[in-house]
Design a protein around this ligand. Structure first.
Ligand code: PMT
Length: 221
């Protein structure tokens, strides 16, 4: 039998970037390595949870004991999350989902011709907001990657998307994306707590301890 503060609970975690196809050989993406989300999945597993990790393309091996679902685009990530979320008590969105995708994916490789080439983009669905709107819904934790006014912007995302908790993430040169270390501040409706600057695994363990406390307080099992 599992032990730990999340024993008996299933947790769904998203991680990594998404890739939005321009044509069969090109895509739009971002600098997310997946490390933060994989560390969160590992920390949830260590806390006794059953963990499903929905991941965009990364170079990482899944943490031991975690079920990995690989996806590529935001649309695929949303479909995978919707297929898993009903069975989950907690949803943690650490993925860096592309906000936009090409309006059309060219069926063949785009040829080099014109000196200028426009690319029209359309909004992607917001996976985190979609999960937060469900009723019933899991305990919902978002990340907020911010370069400035970190706490204020994260608080705006908490309110706009109706989240239980936000891990506000200072990002920029040397911190956040594709680094070993990170810096997080936890934000909820009537409070905030800096989790400090540390390795992603150490921060994930601190984050998961707080999630377990707050989930337990909201929903005594
Ligand atoms: O992967 P690493 O290299 O380790 O880097 C970690 C990280 C910086 C990517 C990670 O810690 C992080 O902050 N992830 C969220 C990045 C992000 O896209 O933040 P955002 O502020 O744009 O989005 C806010 C939240 O909405 C996030 O929980 C995101 O997963 C979610 N979202 C965003 C857009 C979208 N279409 N669907 C979503 O679910």
């Amino acid at each position: 039998l599992e032990r730990g503060p999340l024993a008996g609970l299933r947790v769904l975690v998203t991680a990594g970037p998404t890739r939005e196809a321009i044509d069969p050989v090109r895509y739009i993406s971002n600098r997310s390595s997946g490390r933060m989300g994989y560390a969160v999945a590992q920390a949830c597993r260590e806390a006794g949870a059953e963990v499903v990790l929905v991941s965009g393309p990364t170079a990482l091996a899944p943490p031991p004991g975690v079920r990995l679902v690989r996806v590529e685009s935001a649309a695929e990530m949303l479909a995978a999350v919707e297929a898993e979320v009903d069975a989950c008590a907690i949803f943690i969105a650490a993925a860096a989902v592309a906000d936009y995708r090409p309006a059309e994916t060219a069926p063949a490789k785009i040829k080099k011709r014109a000196q200028r080439l426009g690319l029209e983009l359309v909004r992607n669905p917001d996976i985190l907001a979609t999960v937060a709107r469900r009723r019933p819904r899991p305990f919902v934790v978002g990340f907020a990657a911010e370069t400035e006014a970190v706490e204020a912007n994260a608080r705006a995302k908490l309110a706009a998307k109706g989240l239980d908790l936000v891990a506000a993430n200072r990002v920029g040169p040397g911190i956040g994306f594709d680094r070993e270390d990170n810096e997080l501040t936890l934000i909820w409706e009537d409070g905030a707590e800096p989790l400090g600057r540390a390795s992603k695994l150490e921060l994930a363990r601190r984050l998961v301890a707080r999630i377990a406390e707050r989930h337990g307080a909201r929903d005594p099992a």
